[in-house]
Design a protein. Structure first.
Length: 266
């Protein structure tokens, strides 16, 4: 990460970008694993019920639990893709910024900016979707816990109860994970504002003509210098929140794995 007032150029930056991108993919994979495990559980049979209405309630609640898991799986996949789209757009603009500050990288910077222009509509939509998706995931997970509480009132089998309590614990950890995602979304919102300004500055710059690539690089360096501290600050906050989310996602994934083991042992 460059210090305030200066951003690295050349290969060291790209190596850092690759590391960051790799860590983002790890986080996304962990989040996806959590949700993929959600719908790995079979319907609870419940066994013979003393009254028909109890059995019907059990079946209805358990079917709802499965539908909730399927909804969460879809929402998480959408969230993951949105995060990939936004961070990918940031990466392209990082390349433009670093290349454009050197005379030898000016032509490549222009080419990469074309890619940033192409990806801007999708990035804008994805950035706006992150917070909305997190809220929906939190709402579904909290409702899932309420449904589990209802199931625990009607199950009679000890192993079923043990399984449901393990699922409830996994949901609890999933909720904590997405509470951290919500904080990450705010950080992403701040980062998107900085990168949008970088895009606007770059867009104007690439419509102008200069006497040489050296002059162009100097002008671009001057115009983007004030944005570097904001981008650097964003990356620091992003890395911190991302690491917190990764640890929470891993704990939730482990809890869902334990629930799956309980389910298979029943």
């Amino acid at each position: 990460m460059a210090s305030p007032g200066q951003l690295q150029t050349g290969p060291p930056h790209y190596k850092e970008a690759e590391v960051i991108a790799g860590r983002v993919r790890i986080l996304i994979a962990a989040g996806a694993l959590v949700v993929l495990l959600l719908d790995a559980f079979l319907l609870i049979s419940g066994g013979p019920a003393e009254r028909r209405d109890r059995q019907e309630r059990l079946e209805a609640l358990d079917a709802k639990r499965v539908r909730t898991s399927e909804t969460l799986r879809g929402l998480q996949a959408e969230y993951d893709q949105s995060m990939v789209t936004v961070t990918g757009w940031f990466d392209i603009l990082d390349e433009v910024l670093n290349l454009g500050r050197t005379s030898q990288g000016m032509e490549q910077a222009r080419s990469r900016f074309e890619a940033a222009t192409t990806g801007k509509p999708q990035a804008e939509t994805a950035a706006a979707a992150l917070a909305v998706l997190s809220e929906r995931i939190l709402g579904e997970a909290k409702q899932g816990r309420e449904d589990l509480a209802g199931l625990l009132e009607v199950v009679t089998d000890v192993e079923d109860e043990q399984f449901l309590r393990s699922v409830d614990r996994a949901y609890e950890l999933l909720i904590r994970t997405h509470e951290i995602y919500s904080q990450l979304n705010q950080t992403m919102h701040e980062g998107y504002a900085a990168y949008s300004e970088l895009y606007t500055v770059s867009e104007k710059f690439f419509t102008e003509r200069f006497r040489s690539t050296r002059e162009a690089a100097n002008v671009y360096d001057f115009r983007t210098e004030k944005l570097i501290p904001r981008i650097t600050q964003f990356k620091g906050g992003y890395n911190e929140r991302r690491n917190e989310a990764l640890l929470a996602a891993q704990r939730a994934a482990e809890a869902f794995q334990r629930s799956r083991e309980f389910n298979e042992a029943r």
